[in-house]
Design a protein around this ligand. Structure first.
Ligand SMILES: Cc1ncc(COP(=O)(O)O)c(C=O)c1O
Length: 450
């Protein structure tokens, strides 16, 4: 209708302008100039956050943005990994140096049974070694799920606020359509999700699943909520009815604090004894948060229908397991009980930090703001009044108070939740977090003119 108002020439000019704009956006999105750069720059960075606003090691600013363990925790890895490596190397001398061979696609049995035992204890619910596939962490786990199990013309359903880098991973698969779904305080909106599933479903000719719901049901990133039992049960009903896959990002599951107990993970709700069981859930886990992200070690807990596909995927097969060497060291770390003791120590430190943070927020946060008190995990989500802007507040915090956090819109596909922000309790020691959270509360009072 609108184009009828323009002449043919006008239409051509308009469409050329549009194409140029799209091209510019495309080049910007893939981080490439239309004049291709001639040289790569070696920036000699020391870690992921080096050389950016995010530099959590920068002593001039307290960064509450980053979801990663700090130096006091990481340095404790040196001793336990020295012991585990020495243990494993002694074994290898009588094992034909097998650890340096291509490994079994899903990972050596020692590490898969070590992970299964560790998780069975932590979750207080059985995890079976035959369901475990070794990965280099949850990010890679998610990437493999997308590339092997999901129709590349299909749909990814996400919470309306979700882990921001998962959104970046999904965007990379540019033929997939991402659909944000309402998130309530007890989990994803089941009615809203059902409506989308009814509207979008199709029969995939190429892959096992036409759609995927990416979920973080336990200690959600960024909101800190935990999905209720009812929501989890309803999710299984929906997943079976529409035959979608639910990829559960379970990286925070073992970090429950205070009086709280281990949450039953969604994978355990998808019971193989049910008549209508098909296998619609994968639990995607990682040692990044409980030992160290530099390890690059995680696992997928998968139902039989997915395992048979993943086992024959080229990436796992050609590589001979995604992480064979580290698997051997991790097997020794768990066999010697060192991994379990370390994870327990880390959990206690985080617990202290989270309880102290919530205490301060309860007593000092302005009444017009709210926060969700998490039962575990790394993150606290703070909501300011509707008409405020966390990006503007962040600029004030950086300049005047030397504090950094992540504004809410970074977690939203549609750039919503501008009045919210996320703080992390993971990196800094308790005293630093306590004083920073107090300063955030005071800065908020100033920003809100209270
Ligand atoms: C929800 C969530 N999933 C995955 C990751 C990354 O996990 P990994 O280091 O195992 O790739 C993070 C890290 O911040 C996260 O918060």
């Amino acid at each position: 209708m609108i184009t009828n108002k323009f002449s043919a020439i006008q239409r051509r000019v308009l469409s050329t302008t549009f194409i140029c704009r799209v091209n510019k956006q495309f080049f910007k999105s893939i981080n490439m100039d239309q004049n291709y750069p001639k040289k790569n720059e070696d920036r000699m960075l020391k870690h992921l956050f080096d050389g950016s606003d995010w530099n959590v090691y920068d002593k001039n600013i307290t960064n509450l943005g980053v979801g990663a363990p700090g130096p006091d925790i990481l340095v404790k890895c040196c001793d336990i990994f020295e012991k585990a490596t020495s243990h494993r190397m002694k074994l290898e001398t009588t094992n034909q140096g097998m650890l340096f061979q291509y490994g079994p696609t899903v990972g050596v049995i020692e590490v898969r049974s070590g992970i299964a035992k560790f998780l069975t204890d932590a979750y207080k619910s059985e995890v079976k070694s035959e369901d475990i596939i070794v990965t280099t962490g949850a990010t890679q786990g998610l990437h493999i799920i997308l590339s092997t199990l999901i129709d590349l013309n299909g749909y990814i359903f996400v919470d309306e606020v979700t882990y921001m880098i998962a959104l970046d991973v999904f965007r990379q698969f540019s033929t997939l359509k991402i659909v944000p779904v309402k998130l309530n305080s007890d989990g994803v909106g089941i009615k809203a999700l059902r409506a989308f599933l009814e509207q979008k479903q199709f029969k995939s000719e190429t892959k096992s699943f036409w759609g995927l719901y990416y979920a973080i049901p336990t200690y959600h990133n960024p909101t800190g909520i935990t999905f209720s039992k009812d929501v989890l049960k309803n999710l299984i009903t929906l997943a079976r009815e529409f035959d979608i896959l639910i990829a559960c990002d379970d990286v925070y599951n073992t970090l429950y604090y205070g009086e709280n107990v281990a949450q039953k993970r969604l994978y355990a709700y998808d019971d193989p004894n049910d008549d209508d069981f098909k296998g619609n859930v994968i639990s995607n886990g990682s040692f990044s948060k409980i030992i160290g992200p530099g390890l690059r070690f995680g696992w997928l807990e998968v139902p039989p229908r997915c395992k048979s596909i993943l086992e024959t995927c080229g990436l796992l097969n050609s590589g001979g397991c995604l992480n064979n060497y580290t698997s051997g060291i991790m097997a020794s770390l768990l066999d010697l009980g060192l991994g379990q003791a370390h994870a327990k120590m880390v959990k206690e430190l985080y617990e202290e930090r989270m309880l102290a943070t919530c205490d301060i927020l309860r007593n000092n946060l302005p009444k017009s703001c709210q926060f969700i008190e998490p039962q575990g995990g790394y993150f606290v989500w703070i909501q300011m009044p509707e008409d405020t802007d966390a990006n503007a507040f962040l600029q004030i915090c950086i300049k005047r108070h030397k504090l950094f956090f992540i504004p809410g819109n970074r977690f939203s596909l549609d750039n919503n939740f501008k009045n919210c922000f996320r703080i992390s309790i993971a990196f800094h020691q308790k005293e630093v977090i306590q004083s920073s959270v107090r300063r955030i509360c005071n800065a908020l009072k100033e920003y809100l003119n209270l």
